[in-house]
Design a protein around this ligand. Sequence first.
Ligand code: KIV
Ligand code: ZN
Length: 500
Amino acid sequence: MSDKIYIFDTTLRDGEQVPGCQLNTVEKIEVAKNLEQLGVDVIEAGFPVSSPGDFNSVVEISKAVNRPTICALTRAVENDIKVAAEALQYAKHPRIHTGIGTSDFHIYSKLNSSPEEIIERAVAAVKYAKRFVEDIEFYAEDAGRTSNEYLARVVEAVIAAGATVINIPDTTGYALPDEFGAKIKYLTENVKNVHKAILSTHCHNDLGMATANTLSGIMNGARQVEVTLNGIGERAGNTSLEEIAMILKTRKDLPYHSNIETKRIYKTSRLVSTLMRMPVQPNKAIVGRNAFAHSSGIHQDGVLKNRENYEIIDPVDVGINQSSIILTARSGRAALKHRLDVIGIQLSKTELDTAYDKFLIIADRKKDILDEDLVLMLNLKKEDKHKITIDHLLVISGQTPMPTAIVRLNVDGKLMEATSTGNGPIDATFSAIKKILNKTVVLEEFLIQAITRGSNDLGKVHIQIKSNEVTYYGFSANTDIVTASAEAFLDAIEKTGLRP
Ligand code: KIV
Ligand code: ZN
């Protein structure tokens, strides 16, 4: 007898909170539709009261998606709940996710409250939410550091008030697997009305134990798990959807299953990584570039004799086509289209033609083209929408003379040029750009990543700037890192809405 584990995906809420990972409504709808096809049971679509954009995304996702429950997050605050209910009006299966902190840290130093008052507020929030929808999930924030006795009191009270799902988040990723499992077990044994609700895990990965803690939760009675694609989320992230789904599929000795259509995992993982511009670490379990790569001679020999000598998962089961086509400058449009299909990107004929031209330029400079190159290549399309573009960029690097940049920008059709020096070619380029645009922005963070391999690689640049006390993010990728840096800087500057 195998128990179903409900998969609650929070990529679009906890995942999307990560700086630089924000999606627009159209992109969120695309992710939500893919999550539906992937087979998730619940999609947490956003936190409607937090911004008009989040509100709108919950409305549109509710319209676009049919089968999964659509969930909206709130604090234990009436207005949050009312706004969430409004955002969920088109959802075929709406759920309000409300909650409050229950650890001593949260009760005393965040909420300046008392244990009794927290229970009253929790109960009031659930009762209020129940006026709008039937399905109410309650989260006891920082449950990982909440005493089991007090947590049991909170849980019993909110179930009595009408909560249908109880989320036990390890908000700070502090719990150990045995401890977290024991917490779930304690609740199943000590909350007298626990059979009226489903217990859910929501683990963060600060100590690298999110998946272990989630599994321990399942083994001790949790029947819903809150996860994200690629494990993205606040700080070190959340439990990875793909890891839990593949544990349940691979370890057939465990009496649990999920409805995840595992062959869609890779495609959906790539889509999220592309849209959120968040590279997946090469050694990431299940979806990393190296997850199914065998490099040592002994392993290769063993795999050739019998795949199972060194592989516990058939890559085909997660949607990775073993006989993948290697793209080179000699590949045609059909090969490019095939590879894009595999990584979850569908293009119209005209878009494919444009992508193919860009592909040939990169293929001329690079020996073999990896998925990451394609993804970045397509992201570059976004530059076309920019009102400020680089018309000319020449940098002189080295000790003498000082690193110098000559930059000519096309600003809304008008060409403007400046020359500047700096402590390096990028510093000189940024200084010339600031001169042209006459802007005072503070560079807060600057990150260059060579995300594939080799000196002919594409460099990916993330930038964080501050203007008038507001933070803006910029991104670009190019085989020339000075150009990528300049483009990312302009991308961020444009978002300030400032014009010279
Ligand atoms: O980590 C957490 O506690 C959360 C809650 C809002 C569910 O994300
Ligand atoms: Zn969380």
